[in-house]
Ligand binder design. Sequence first.
Ligand SMILES: [Zn+2]
Length: 286
Amino acid sequence: MSDNTAQLKGQQRDGDTSPGVAGYVDVHAHLIHDDFAGEEDAVASRARSAGLDLVIVNGLEPKSNRAVLELCGRHEHLQPALGIYPVDAIGTRIDHASWQHPFPPPAVFDVDEEIDFIASVASQLIAIGECGLDRYWITSEMAEQERVLRRLCEVALAHDLPVILHSRKAELRTFEILQDMGVERADFHCFGGKLKLAKRIADAGYYLSIPPVVVRAESFQRMAAALPLDRILTETDCPYMGPDKGTRNEPANVPRGVQAIAEARGAEEHAVRHQIRANARALFGF
Ligand SMILES: [Zn+2]
């Protein structure tokens, strides 16, 4: 008996009437990244073979935003989300000469022009993001980070799109801004805040997406066990946050993440996968 046949029989036993086997989803991937250069289409194909029927490819600044649109145009299971990464949002305002982080300094571009561009292609998008606040890499320019996040939330609201959020070391403030602006559809990606706040965010109706690093990261295992299953999504944040330390992550690793989430909850993998697929459909309409 093939895997698929076994899964279908399992669904019938569960009384599941939805068509086919639930696929896996990656709601936050960076396939436009130097680590994937020239391999984007192969990585997309491997994702499909691994059972993913939705990979949301997130842009960060003008260059990746345009490349995301182009790549997603070639694959039906790849869907574009465009945004401005909070560190890139303040690229014109920080001192590049004294940049000391282990990655290149942010892109320099006209942020408001880029927001206008994102709005102009909104009908092609599945979400707005990556966007948000970052107090981990940059502790200055929070007012400008907030201004850019608010403008991107306005685009999302105007076009009835969900928002995919970065909230590193600024989780509560990001949550407050969503509430303040009346944003109802959002996913907090790679949430690193306190479990209590994660539960509050879930109670407010937002989703939290868990990366495959959950196979070895206790903080994500605790989150996977404690959050209501109908508020959990899966992502990769690839090339980062992979299941194997020091190894490039990619969407095909999502099934390992789902398995770890199921184990953390003491639940059946099939049931967890099915609910996560339904959650993605509820948030993104895909
Ligand atoms: Zn990201």
